[in-house]
Design a protein around this ligand. Structure first.
Ligand code: SF4
Length: 346
């Protein structure tokens, strides 16, 4: 990815050649490694301050693993996660260990997909939201309660709810509690991992609008992991499309949706619902075949067995991610040649 562009914009985060390979063990007492699942396989992208970057793709493409590597829930196999901490040199989070990670974990927080499983059912809301403040010795007692009350108000819940337990709340309210907890330590970067996919359609828009309001209020930067492309279009400034642990395309949201340059992106766009029922898609491009096995990916371009535009070169040569237009990156040998259809032209 173009270094010049990255350094000019002083990115909040830059991911370089990130790999996360999980070992596969042979059955038996010796636990020999028989191979690796290449969940993330050498990806490069950057996140600018104040933007929302979407990470999209089918299940198993590596988007959630990427978020977890940035959070250092996983220790990446290789690569760098450069975090711009203040005005100095960026810090490579992959090299920070143990308690030294604590300050960065305060600045980079996560919102989890499952609003039911992510909240401890034995803790009340005061303790769930206030725990990071207490654990980091920032505040306790009455001041902590005031902070929790303020956060509850910010996410649209009543402060008197703080003494209730998670089971007393709906899915949407629980996700608001999860968002409040993520904001407790005034983070800079929030990784939202499918934050609305477990919610009823009726409350999704409310939670998305809340995320947008909070972004403006707190000047937050989001990495938004999702598979629902309608949601991504609504909330993201730029989108990174992943396929089997690699990046297929990175572009501004509207450019990606109206004018995709990668055949995989085009196929994903065909699955985006058209809001006007009077409009019909003329020719739908169906994404056929299974997602490639990340422990044994195909040769050349990983997408070639499913790609309707594949040629001989695609079978033998892996396409590198390259800048084809300003701020636009694609990993396809024929990106400039293909005339692909976006959401509106489908
Ligand atoms: Fe399809 Fe070939 Fe492009 Fe891969 S490189 S997306 S197989 S045209």
């Amino acid at each position: 990815m173009n270094e010049e562009i990255n350094t000019q914009n002083r990115n909040l985060l830059q991911v370089k050649n990130l790999k996360m390979h999980f070992p596969i063990y042979k059955p038996g007492i010796r636990h020999r490694i028989s191979g690796y699942i290449r969940a993330v396989d050498g990806i490069n992208f950057f996140v600018r301050p104040g933007e929302t970057l979407g990470l999209v793709g089918e299940s198993g493409c590596g988007k959630t693993t990427t978020g977890r590597c940035i959070m250092r829930i996983y220790q990446p196999t290789a690569g760098e996660v450069l975090y711009q901490n203040g005005g100095g040199q960026p810090v490579d989070l992959t090299q920070v260990q143990g308690r030294d990670l604590d300050p960065y974990r305060r600045q980079i927080r996560m919102i989890f997909q499952d609003p039911y499983g992510s909240l401890n059912p034995r803790m009340n809301v005061r303790d769930i939201i206030g725990e990071p403040l207490f654990n980091n010795k920032i505040t306790n007692g009455k001041e902590l309660e005031d902070r929790v009350a303020d956060l509850l108000r910010r996410v649209g819940l009543r402060p008197e709810y703080m003494h209730r337990y998670p089971h007393a709340f709906s899915g949407g309210e629980r996700q608001r509690i999860g968002i409040a907890r993520a904001l407790t330590l005034s983070p800079k970067l929030v990784i939202a991992d499918e934050p609305v996919s477990a919610l009823d359609v009726s409350v999704r828009a409310q939670v998305l609008n809340l995320l947008l309001d909070l972004q403006e209020e707190y000047n937050l930067t989001y990495i938004f992991v999702a598979h629902d492309l309608s949601v991504v279009r609504y909330i993201c400034d730029r989108v990174t499309v992943m396929y089997v642990g690699k990046i297929a395309e990175v572009a501004g949201t509207e450019a990606l949706y109206t004018h995709p340059l990668h055949p995989y992106t085009e196929a994903l766009m065909m699955a985006v619902p058209i809001p006007d029922p009077r409009l019909r898609r003329t020719k739908r491009i169906l994404l056929e075949g299974e997602v490639a096995d990340p422990s044994n990916p195909p040769s050349g371009c990983y997408f070639h067995p499913r790609c309707r535009y594949a040629e001989e070169q695609c079978v033998v040569e892996h396409p590198e991610l390259r800048e084809v237009e300003p701020d636009r990156y694609v990993a396809c040998h024929f990106a400039e040649k293909l005339a692909l259809r976006g959401v509106e032209s489908s």
